[in-house]
Design a protein around this ligand. Structure first.
Ligand code: ZN
Length: 122
C-alpha cells in the first residue's frame, strides 16, 4: 500500500508497503518491529495504544517528522508514549502517527488510518 496525507494529498510512504503477518513482527525491545517495505495491522500485535493506531511500519518507510510539542515525545530514553500522536507530515503539519523508540518496546511508527488515505484524494 501507499499512504497519502488526508490534509494535503502528498504521499507520505517512501516506498510501496506490503502487509506482513503478525508472526513476522520482532517484539524484542529496541528492535525494528518490521523491515522497511512492510507493515503490520496494529490490532494484531500485543501493544495497547490509547489513541487509534492502525498500521505499524519501519521508521524508514515513511516521511514524517517530530511534532513541535516536545511533551508528546516523552519516554524513558526515547519517545514511548502510546497515548499521543507525535509524528506530523512535514508539508502541512497534519498529525499522522506516533513514533516509539524507547527501551521497553520494539521500535516503529504507528499510523492512524483516520489521517491517511490509501489512494490519492485528488
Ligand atoms: Zn499533509
Amino acid at each position: 500500500m501507499k499512504l497519502y496525507c488526508k490534509k494535503c494529498n502528498y504521499q507520505l510512504t517512501v516506498m510501496e508497503l506490503q502487509q506482513a503477518n503478525p508472526d513476522q513482527a520482532n517484539m524484542d525491545d529496541q528492535a525494528p518491529i518490521i523491515g522497511s517495505g512492510l507493515y503490520i495491522n496494529a490490532p494484531e500485535i500485543e501493544i495497547h495504544f490509547e489513541t487509534p493506531i492502525d498500521f505499524l511500519v519501519n521508521i524508514k518507510s515513511v516521511n514524517l517528522q517530530n511534532h513541535k510539542d516536545s511533551t508528546r515525545l516523552y519516554g524513558c530514553c526515547g519517545p514511548g508514549d502510546l497515548s499521543v500522536l507525535n509524528q506530523v507530515y512535514p508539508n502541512c503539519s497534519a498529525e499522522i502517527g506516533v513514533i516509539v523508540a524507547d527501551c521497553w518496546l520494539p521500535h516503529f511508527i504507528g499510523i492512524s488510518a483516520g489521517a491517511v488515505s490509501k489512494e490519492p484524494l485528488w
